[in-house]
Design a protein around this ligand. Structure first.
Ligand code: ADP
Length: 310
């Protein structure tokens, strides 16, 4: 499968590297307005390929995206000193106006995979700009938060994160909701599992895990300026589900008709992902507190997206 990546910065290049390492794509094409950067990233990643896969990695202009089935959009501008969040959003919306139109001109049937932050808002903007059905405009959303949640719970219980079934819902950001009430390990409710293996999850443990998931990005940014390997692998994971029509259940963001009484808002819930993009949305049973928190997250995102002029 041919995959396009628009934006060859840290996130886009990490996604390309993960795709090449996982051997999912036959071809990867980088596009960036900084042509030199796109060429350099493609060269560098193509030198890793002989060790693991047979992926062709090139840089090109938008026309080179013809025939891509998925295009990852990781392009964006960063905050200028003194710039408000809304001003930044509007500049990024302008980037998307150009990028989304060019991508669809070159590859009208592609599924768009949005990685630029704030990812839920950018996903909703890309959906509006493209006029595509929401199932084909997928934001990475909380895929990484869910992975962090599973990894911290797994570490506490002394089991592999793959054996933990738990999701982070809502915004990829401060208002996200860790769905504890329906979390399971194996097929056993988390609380019971923890007691059976002699590692009870106290309120303090849960608070520490919640804090670890919610603040992971801030801690990484403090240490190295940006986060990219985790999200790069998460993006590659979504591409794999599409490429292989896997029908995996992943927490990703698309514009959703109704979530906790809020209409038409992009946020994450678990969704089935296959060759056509999102095949179905799933709404887990939540306790009253989680449900209210998801409603607050949805309302906040809706308010923010409505403030952006397109
Ligand atoms: P991140 O850490 O999110 O990857 P970067 O700043 O490293 O952020 O990467 C963003 C990339 O998006 C940059 O390489 C930049 O050149 C690219 N970019 C910005 N605007 C456009 C645009 N209009 N078209 C194509 N690429 C763009």
């Amino acid at each position: 499968m041919k995959v396009g990546i628009v934006g060859a910065g840290m996130v886009g290049s990490s996604a390309g590297y993960a795709l090449a390492m996982m051997g999912i794509a036959s071809d990867i094409v980088f596009v960036d307005r900084n042509t030199g950067l796109a060429i350099a990233q493609a060269e560098d990643i193509s030198h890793a390929v002989p060790f693991v896969s047979a992926t062709t990695v090139i840089a090109g202009d938008y026309d080179a995206l013809a025939g891509t089935r998925v295009v990852i959009i990781a392009a964006g501008v960063s905050q200028k000193p003194g710039e408000s969040r809304l001003e930044l959003l509007e500049r990024n919306a302008a980037v998307f106006r150009e990028v989304v139109a060019e991508v669809l001109r070159a590859s009208p049937d592609a599924i768009l995979l949005i990685a630029s932050n704030p990812v839920d808002i950018m996903t909703q903007i890309a959906t509006r700009l493209s006029g595509l059905p929401p199932q084909r405009v997928i934001g990475s959303g909380t895929i990484l938060d869910t992975a962090r949640f599973r990894s911290l719970v797994g570490r506490h219980l002394g089991i592999a994160p793959q054996s933990v079934h738990a999701y982070v819902l809502g915004e990829h950001g401060d208002s996200e909701v860790l769905a504890w009430s329906n979390a399971r390990a194996g097929s056993v409710a988390l609380r019971s599992f923890a007691e059976q293996v002699g590692k009870p999850l106290t309120e303090d443990d849960r608070r520490a895990i919640d804090d670890g998931v919610r603040n992971a990005a801030y801690k990484i940014i403090n240490g190295k300026g940006a986060t990219y390997y985790g999200i790069g692998a998460g993006l590659a994971r979504i591409v794999k589900a599409i490429a292989q029509d896997q029908r995996d259940v992943l927490s990703v963001s698309i514009v959703t008709p109704r979530v906790a009484d809020i209409e038409d808002v992009a946020l994450s819930v678990p969704r089935i992902i296959g060759a056509a993009g999102v095949v179905a949305d799933l709404f887990p049973d939540l306790d009253a507190e989680e449900h209210a928190a998801l409603g607050r997250s949805a309302a906040l995102l809706k308010e923010r997206v409505e403030s952006v002029k397109l």
